[in-house]
Design a protein around this ligand. Structure first.
Ligand SMILES: Nc1nc2c(c(=O)[nH]1)N[C@H]1C(S)=C(S)[C@@H](COP(=O)(O)O)O[C@H]1N2
Ligand SMILES: [Mo]
Length: 509
């Protein structure tokens, strides 16, 4: 054989492999539609959602941190896109494996093919499905197995059918029928998948949602401007039919409550600020709202928590789990809320009920709660596996919100300086600000206290005396008299610390 012939052969083989890979991908499309239908009608999570859900909290902390550092708010969509690529890649490879094996002999061929399919079928999808949270789990595993079956059928059936037709019909007719079948199939699939895709798309929580209107914040953040953070690619969007809150575990009298039952219990109203532990210094994952609900303590007393209980564990519709120590759970400030800013809690913020835990970072404020359980161990929640603080006490923090970027500042003309300060349950008693990078400090005016667990708005007036760059800095003192730490620390694992500062240009008047 000449060298040229060998090269030509390799070229053909590579081209054949490309086609086989593409055929694997095309077969995956059927499986994807099948999975989307399951997502739409059976609430079975897609492999991509499950991958993100399982993998992210297991990433080593350093890697997670790097990811957030490099990709910022895009980390979640990029990670998801990666998961899609890996799953599709596997499907393509199965396509190639199948084509490679076609030339081989009988039994070996079948065995190898089954092996390749089995790899996907028996391990990947069902293993993922196993981690499906909530009631759909028993359905999820057989459903994902069936999805593998759909993939296998899409890959193998056309070949089997065309072999039959080849025997029966002339080539032109065969070609026509084949094309019609493919086009019709694709249209059908597109029609079936469209509503699901649309629905999922509307519920995507790719990044923390918060529209920043700029300027001095309102004392109460409107629900539409309130940041939203969740671990999910797609949040739970509807309260399941017949939703019940379950109180169980180490209790003498377990019980269930409907939303109506919950609304009949003694009501508490509480204005409280939420802040995410991954909020950077000066970041906007913070908001203040008026909540309404019932005391967790009342719910627990009714269930008669047994001695030996260590933690109160929360289980949510999205599979999220969290825990707070029993002593904290009995704090009258811990509220199971079903209203936010005068309206029923919406889907983004945890409908039908979410927990509010004053003094503790947002992650302990579990949303979409379905089960509250007394447990005899120090239970580690979703994020603690990765090393985020389990105590998660809010750090004293303060922010400059004005002047904001667009404000023109010039010598001799007064401008407003101001923002928010927050120290969890300790409260803020003093805010100071500086125009020289923290060399000298001035006293800020605190606006009146909104509520014990709420942020405090602060403001001051500044009349610049010199043109050039100025560095504005702010720091707060909490109710215990402790000055906010100037130590610059990252969000991981205890929440960011350090002073917020902004550089501004002062023009000649
Ligand atoms: N069930 C559930 N609850 C959750 C989360 C989640 O992913 N799932 N995220 C937590 C985090 S990290 C934060 S900061 C707050 C944010 O609450 P918000 O979206 O109402 O602002 O919800 C917490 N509760
Ligand atoms: Mo958070």
């Amino acid at each position: 054989m000449t060298q040229q012939a060998a090269v030509e052969r390799r070229r053909l083989r590579d081209r054949g492999r490309g086609a086989a890979f593409r055929r694997g991908l095309a077969s995956a499309w059927w499986m994807i539609v099948f999975l989307l239908l399951g997502r739409q009608y059976l609430e079975i999570l897609t492999p991509v959602e499950l991958t993100v859900d399982r993998l992210v909290p297991r990433l080593p902390m350093g890697l997670f941190e790097r990811g957030i550092e490099v990709f910022g708010g895009y980390a979640k969509p990029l990670f998801s896109a990666g998961a899609v690529a890996v799953l599709l890649g596997l499907c393509g490879l199965v396509g190639v494996a199948r084509a490679e094996l076609r030339g081989r002999e009988g039994a070996a061929r079948v065995a190898a093919l089954l092996g390749a399919l089995g790899l996907v079928a028996l391990f990947l999808l069902p293993a993922l499905a196993w981690s499906q949270p909530g009631g759909a789990r028993s359905l999820a595993v057989p459903f994902h197995l069936a999805a593998c079956g759909v993939f296998a059928a899409a890959l193998l059936l056309p070949e089997l059918l065309s072999r039959r037709m080849r025997a029966a019909q002339d080539p032109d007719r065969r070609e026509l029928i084949g094309r019609a079948a493919r086009t019709g199939g694709l249209l059908l699939l597109a029609a079936a998948a469209a509503p699901t895709l649309l629905r999922l798309f509307n519920r995507l929580t790719l990044t923390a949602v918060r529209s920043d209107p700029g300027g001095m914040p309102a004392p109460i953040t409107s629900t539409s401007e309130f940041y939203a953070v969740s671990k999910n690619l797609v949040d739970p969007d509807s309260v399941p039919q017949g939703w019940k809150l379950t109180l169980a575990g180490l209790v003498d009298e377990p019980y269930q409550l409907s939303l109506d039952d919950l609304r009949k219990l003694p009501v508490v109203e509480q204005t409280q600020t939420l802040v995410c532990i991954s909020n950077e210094v000066g970041g906007n994952l913070i908001g203040n709202a008026e909540w309404k609900g019932v005391r967790l303590r009342d719910l627990l007393e009714r269930a008669k928590v047994r001695p030996g209980t260590v933690d109160i564990k929360l289980r949510c519709a999205d599979g999220y789990t969290e825990s707070i120590p029993l002593a904290k759970a009995m704090d009258p400030g811990v509220v199971l809320a079903y209203e936010m800013n005068g309206a029923p809690l919406n889907a983004k913020h945890g409908a039908p009920a979410r927990l509010l835990v004053p003094d503790i970072f947002g992650m302990k404020n579990a949303k979409w709660i379905g089960r509250i359980e007394a447990v005899g161990e120090d239970y580690k929640g979703y994020w603690q596996g990765q090393g985020w603080s389990d105590v998660a006490t809010i750090q004293t923090m303060s922010q400059l919100r004005v002047p904001d970027k667009g404000t023109a500042i010039s010598v001799g003309r007064p401008v407003q300086v101001g923002g928010v300060a927050f120290a969890g349950a300790r409260g803020v008693t003093r805010v100071e600000w500086s125009v020289d990078g923290g060399s000298t400090w001035r006293e800020a005016r605190l606006r009146e206290e909104i509520a014990p667990y709420s942020w405090r708005l602060w403001e001051a007036e500044w009349t610049p005396e010199r043109a050039g760059d100025a560095e504005l800095v702010v720091r707060a003192t909490d109710g215990a008299g402790d000055l906010q730490t100037a130590d610059e620390r990252d969000t991981l694992p205890d929440g960011a610390t350090g002073y917020h500062s902004i550089r501004v240009r002062v023009d000649e008047s």
